[in-house]
Design a protein. Sequence first.
Length: 371
Amino acid sequence: MPTKDQVHEQLATVNDPEIDKPITELGMVSDIAIEGRRVGVQIKLTIPGCPLKDRITREVTEAVMRLDDVDDVQVAFGSMTDEERQSLSANLRAERGAANPEMDIPFAAADSTTKVIAVASGKGGVGKSSVTVNLAAALAKQGHKVGVMDADIWGYSIPRMLGVSGKPVAFEGMVMPLQAHGCKVISIGFFTDPDRSVIWRGPMLHRALQQFLGDVHWGELDFLLCDLPPGTGDIAISLAQMLPNADMVVVTTPQQAAQKVALRAGKATEQTGMKVTGVIENMAGFTDPETGKTHDIFGSGGGEELAEALGTDLLGRIPIDPHLREASDAGVPLVVSHPDVPASIAITKVASDIAARSKSIIGRSLPLNVS
Ligand code: ADP
């Protein structure tokens, strides 16, 4: 006959799918009953009628059945009381080290180990969102814990590009991000009617970003990629205020005109204190598969010139690849659907470089400003 401790040990391997922590730690296991080779487990759901009941049942059953002397597992559900929910939410917030509930943004804490990368562009259509999702998926494939925050409030396209839809579950003032291709994702697109445009003014945008950063249960992340709206607007300024340690990557096409507008977006960081850590040139040439000849459809050299003008590095050049658009439309990043094509190889290399750089920063003491 199994013991309660043995069953508990197995249950500790089951994570709540939304909060992504063991159900035992979350106080979700309210009772374990054992009768011969039969085990009954009572689970308290964080919200009644949780849509993930089936998944929890399956995972709890599989975990307990791993014990040699168990033949049958019965899972029953109840739900937490209001007090239990509030206490769990308070614990989750406390765990993030939120010292000041007003400025409850874990990534802004001095000891945060999450590298926040804002992806910006001078104008729309240069592939900023495509680069964001592919970088995110590439980092996730390399084993990093990645979050994607879609801050492109008006032109959000992240949900479509990552093939993720649905309403995130909110629980005691905390929102659980959705997941896709190994990344946690939050977008205004999850909360709005897709056919209605969002008309928001500065303070509302600021509040929305604050909620995305503070009220979303991101858990531990190595990287948080933020897809900014194109241009130099309120969002970049708000984000810089909330995340003074964020880095900015600017995406441009090789075209002169695009590079000039991108320069403005990059230069705007001088007023906000955000640091531009690199430029990514997208749509850099198209190689005809028939002839093997490369055509610089959008000109050439824009990325290099922009990097020079901003005093930063050119992180990579991503060629035009029709598969990238097809993959985006199908909700799968190119680095997942076609990992071996030159565009995927270029993005994967940028991801490795970014990861290597942030590793070299972690653990290094910060220079003190002694005047
Ligand atoms: P932005 O976020 O800058 O507005 P998107 O990422 O939405 O730009 O890209 C605009 C369009 O260009 C999309 O249809 C996308 O699939 C396509 N696209 C972006 N980069 C490439 C590329 N390297 N090769 C082919 N198509 C691309």
